[in-house]
Design a protein around this ligand. Structure first.
Ligand code: GLN
Length: 306
């Protein structure tokens, strides 16, 4: 901070945003003004458009104090979602905890892909049995349960802390009756038939974890990121087990985009490697879907027709 008396009494919204902007700029936060606007409006729970139309509105001393704390945390590269304790995913709000990955907009592509692949089942009003492996905050399981109200979901995670948060999120969105949460390693002890299996497993290569942005490295649980030496550890484990558990199901998996911020691409993209694992295990064709940034983000096999 640059030493100005802050928060000052009777600050206006415009002044507050200016102060936060300069603090974030000094901390090398990208797009500091946009971040400052989001931080101020979200921490104060203001309607963003209305707030920006009223830059002369006076902010209470208490509100300004909240902003000061949040701004210091953001300047230390804590993501806004962690500061707020929640994140929007597929139009719904999800609570986060230290044990959960912060759901990414990229993962919304997985939801869309799953809904596309199951469109026949959905059109025929068939209730789906869904398995979500490594549910974290429950963003995928809860979203699918909300979008497909007739479905029954089993969601696993190795972390008891993550499951606690996932249960809260299921309650918050009124789908707790449709989801069974299981504390286990991957799909160990999971039994039963499924029409659709989804997962966003940890997929970062261990040796590149330290290249991640501080927002990710210091605030997402490492266990939710670390995919082992080549990043494929969990795909390998889970795909071979799935092929015997659900040989006819649809499987939709998120993969890493293999972009390391310096334009360097791995020889074989993770998408290609995971497709090869799926083809070998299931002996079926694979398909892919890109995220909004144009990276191949999901690989899948379509369900065998009933
Ligand atoms: N399924 C959760 C998500 O997509 C958690 C994923 C993980 O922890 N790797 O956010």
């Amino acid at each position: 901070m640059s030493g100005q008396a802050y928060p000052a009494d009777n600050q206006t919204l415009g002044e507050l945003i200016d102060n936060v902007t300069s603090q974030l700029r000094s901390a090398d936060i990208e797009d500091p003004r946009r971040e400052a606007r989001r931080l101020v409006t979200e921490v104060l729970a203001l309607d963003a458009a209305a707030a920006l139309a009223n830059p002369n509105a006076i902010i209470t001393a208490k509100g300004a104090l909240h902003i000061r704390d949040a701004s210091a945390r953001r300047a230390a590269h804590e993501p806004l979602s962690r500061i707020l304790g929640s994140r929007e995913f597929y139009g719904r709000t999800f609570q986060l905890s230290a044990d959960t990955l912060d759901p990414r907009p990229d993962t919304e592509a997985l939801i869309e892909f799953a809904l596309e692949l199951m469109s026949n089942h959905i059109a025929n009003d068939i209730s789906l049995r869904i398995l979500d492996i490594g549910t974290g905050s429950g963003c995928i399981a809860v979203t699918l349960a909300c979008e497909l109200p007739k479905s029954k979901v089993i969601a696993t995670d190795i972390s008891a802390g993550a499951l606690k948060t996932a249960v809260l999120n299921a309650d918050r969105h009124s789908v707790a009756d449709h989801i069974t949460f299981v504390e286990t390693d991957g799909l160990r002890d999971v039994e039963g038939a499924f029409d659709l299996v989804v997962s966003n497993p940890p997929y970062i290569r261990s040796s590149t974890l330290t290249d991640l942005d501080p927002e990710v490295l210091n605030h997402d649980p490492l266990r939710a990121l670390d995919g082992g030496q080549d990043g494929l550890k969990f795909y390998r484990q889970w795909i071979s087990q799935l092929a015997s558990l659900v040989p006819r199901a649809a499987v939709v998996l998120e993969v890493g985009a293999d972009c390391h911020g310096n334009g360097q691409h791995a020889e074989d993209s993770q998408a290609e490697q995971v497709q090869a694992l799926l083809r070998n295990a299931f002996n079926r064709q694979t398909i892919t879907k890109k995220d909004l940034s144009g990276h191949t983000r999901c690989v899948a096999i379509a369900p065998v027709k009933p």
